[in-house]
Design a protein around this ligand. Structure first.
Ligand code: T1G
Length: 706
């Protein structure tokens, strides 16, 4: 026995407890401990049955993901299959008692047991596709035997958790245990003694016929092709389940193992595992330790009921936090509340929320026309028009109206947080909370640290982001912070490429085929080309003389082509906002380029991708060396959750590592040759390329240095 798995007795029942905090992952020693415990149970004549249960907050969250890196680096391949057969062939019945999560290898372990009982709040699932892999311990073989082929395909391709009550309906869990889970499991085990223990692998009644399955599998493949474009693992999961419907259990497991290994050694899986740990790493702030006190945030206020303000108010209400929503006039407030009600109605229609949930949430949003009630709030998020003078005015008001200790946050996407804080007597309470549109949907929250933002305020906002269902990433206060600062060069190159002869659709198509949710030009049309135009006009004085600047988008705006909102931008739009190419834009840009003396040429999609993506990477490297992002992985998480960058490429910095920084650096030097100083390589990129290092290694260097 080892200290990861212990056996105790409750009279004639063995209790096998898995205790590997924080999530009882099947790390080295755990499977071995379970195997030994099963032997001890079977060899003890006084024992009639066994219960397997997890210590702490969960049953088993799956295989130890940290071990995968060792496997793909040539380490020993560890398989759970023999242990699961060993449990299934146990002479005495084994009851799996599930609380928290039974995910991945955790569910595969549970399915090898003869019975599964669960607390009502438990969840089960095969989330492996989120790591770019498939179940590798018989999950694609045992799950269809318990829930049927169609449900198994859905669970393994989407990777979503299934609540325990639903698992009972599908026959995956045999009983829900209200109250004391262990006591309920012991009673269930005692009841099972003497009865033939069902072995999941022997069950075939739910495997269906080839005719039925062929239709299900074909349907699933087309859904995956649309919804999980570019991802390999969901298709591999379908192949493994299909094998399970046509072959014996053993042959099915071999087919699964082969597909699992192919996925595990793929770039997609390495990227998605990078993302898994990255989403947890960004929560760690070196100089703001985990034990930093956090401030209470039980009541909030949002200033400005426009698109962003309204969305932000919904975010707080959805998290159960009462929110005051202020605007200057009743008319504006009515429009703002109207949009909120419409958004909620759409969510009910799409089945995302129930009407009851929405009614409760709307109760939590109180429209107001003044600051009278602001003395009772713990935090304010300002979301007024993007102008410095107005923001300062609002923050001066908030400084007067809010209680000492309240957090004053700005949703600005570009403006200087320290300058805004300067309008108050409490700069330590001022911070940026940059939500992304639509705020009630986008997961990213860029938390902008001002020079004087206190550690308590930072820690509070980082923790609050999780409560709001967001991924909070802490960034420094430079122009455009991290996301938008990098987006500038990315969209600059997209415009240059059109000015040099590429078709608008060709530029966007190349980036969509690369995996982006939307191309850079269509994204501009969605956000409104006038937003960037106004900011560029405000900062025109900062542009270096003699340095080429894109002109096409500004010229389109001068013609009133702001994008979707004017049904004309880079594309033209019908009343349902469906885009189509606009030959007038091509004619206009060709004319403007001729006037500017820009030669037209054929441009490959490879060049389009390299120029746009490497512009991101180069600016990202600058941001890292200037210290406005803590780690390269922070930049990756920002781009995945705020800018539709494909997760299976790991983010711009990870993608650059995958290509190889030497190659990226050489390509950027080529662009510098051809297109000038805008392409001057970031010194950090140059150093890492010359030292044949990666951004991931740079992050490790930071941890050591901290
Ligand atoms: N392996 C290693 N570490 C893990 C882990 C895992 N499976 N799951 C979580 N951690 C770490 C995590 O990095 C963090 O560390 C800490 O635990 C708390 O996690 C054979 C091949 C269970 C829902 O995909 O979804 O099984 O940052 O912050 O919000 O076929 O963790 O504190 O240092 O996320 O309460 C399949 C992954 C694996 C589930 C809990 N399993 N985990 O969420 O805590 S592949 C998964 C989760 C597999 C088999 C295949 C969540 C959670 P640190 P946390 P949480």
């Amino acid at each position: 026995m080892n200290n990861l798995v212990r056996v105790s007795r409750d009279n004639d029942i063995a209790v096998i407890t898995i205790d590997n905090p924080p999530v009882n992952a099947l790390s080295p020693g755990v499977p071995e401990g379970i195997g030994a415990a099963i032997d001890e149970m079977n060899n003890d004549p006084a024992v009639k049955a066994g219960v397997v249960i997890g210590a702490g907050r969960t049953f088993v969250a799956g295989a130890d993901i940290k071990e995968f890196g060792k496997m793909t680096a040539g380490g020993p391949r560890r398989s759970l299959l023999p242990l699961l057969l060993h449990i299934e062939d146990s002479r005495k019945p084994v009851v799996m008692a599930i609380h928290g999560q039974a995910f991945g290898g955790g569910l595969e372990l549970a399915m090898a047991g003869h019975y599964r009982v669960a607390s009502p709040t438990a969840q089960v699932g095969q989330p492996e596709v989120k790591l770019g892999i498939i179940p590798g311990a018989g999950g694609t073989q045992r799950l269809p035997r318990l829930v049927g082929v169609a449900k198994a395909v859905e669970m393994c391709t989407e990777g979503k958790p299934m609540p325990a009550p639903e698992a009972v309906v599908f026959g995956l869990v045999d009983a829900l245990i209200e109250g004391d889970l262990l006591a309920g499991a012991l009673a269930f085990a005692r009841d099972a003694v003497g009865k033939p223990a069902p072995k999941t692998r022997m069950r075939t009644e739910k495997l269906g016929t080839d005719t039925d399955n062929d239709a299900v599998l074909a349907g699933a493949r087309s859904i995956v092709a649309k919804r999980q474009r570019g991802l390999k693992a969901p298709l591999a999961a379908i192949d493994a389940i299909e094998a399970g419907t046509k072959l014996s259990f053993e042959e099915g497991c071999q087919a699964e193992a082969k597909l699992f290994t192919e996925c595990l050694f793929s770039d997609q899986s390495k990227a998605l595992i990078h993302v898994f740990f990255g989403e947890r790493e960004v929560a760690k702030i070196p100089d703001v330790p985990r034990e930093t006190p956090v401030l209470p945030v039980n009541r909030v206020a949002v200033v400005g009921s426009g698109t962003m303000g309204g969305g932000i108010a919904m975010v707080f209400a959805n998290a159960g936090i009462p929110v005051l929503l202020k605007d200057v006039g009743q008319a504006a407030l009515d429009v703002g509340m109207g949009k909120i009600r419409k958004n909620y109605a759409n969510s009910v229609q799409r089945g995302r929320f129930t009407q009851a949930f929405v009614d409760e949430r709307l109760q939590l949003i109180t429209p107001v026309l003044n600051y009278d009630a602001f003395s009772a709030v713990d935090m304010v998020v300002e979301a007024v028009f993007e102008g410095m003078a107005l923001k300062k005015e609002v923050f001066a008001e908030l400084d007067r109206a809010c209680r000492p200790g309240a957090i004053l946050a700005s949703n600005t996407s570009t403006l200087n947080i320290d300058e805004i804080a300067g309008a108050t007597s409490r700069p330590e309470a001022v911070i940026g909370t940059h939500f992304f549109s639509p705020a009630n949907v986008m997961r990213l929250l860029e938390i902008v640290r001002g020079n004087k933002s206190s550690k308590e305020v930072i820690a509070t906002c980082m923790q609050l982001s999780k409560k709001l269902g967001k991924i909070g990433v802490l960034v420094g206060n430079c122009r455009g912070f991290v996301g938008n600062r990098m987006f500038g060069p990315y969209r600059r190159e997209a415009q240059f490429l059109v000015e040099e002869g590429a078709e608008v659709e060709a530029v966007d198509q190349a980036l969509v085929e690369f995996g982006n949710a939307m191309g850079p030009l269509a994204t501009g049309d969605l956000a409104g080309l006038d937003v960037g135009w106004r900011i560029r006009k405000e900062y025109r004085h900062l542009e270096k003389p003699g340095v080429r600047q894109p002109f096409a988008e500004d010229r389109l705006c001068e013609l009133g082509r702001y994008g979707q909102k004017t049904l004309k931008g880079w594309y033209q739009y019908d009343e349902n906002r469906r885009a189509s190419a606009d030959p007038e834009v091509t004619t206009l840009v060709r004319k403007w380029s001729a006037e500017a003396g820009i030669a037209q040429r054929e441009i490959s999609s490879e060049e389009i991708v390299d120029r746009c993506i490497y512009a991101l990477v180069n600016e990202g490297a600058r941001i890292l060396e200037e210290g406005y992002a803590l780690r390269a992985v922070d930049i990756d998480i920002i781009y995945l959750n705020g800018y539709g960058f494909p997760a299976y490429r790991g983010g711009p910095m990870w993608y650059a590592d995958t290509v190889g920084l030497t190659r990226v650096y050489q390509r950027i030097c080529e662009f510098q040759q051809k297109h000038g100083e805008l392409w001057a390589p970031a010194p950090l990129l140059k150093r890492l390329a010359e030292e044949r290092k990666t951004f991931a290694e740079f992050d490790k260097e930071q941890v050591v240095a901290a």
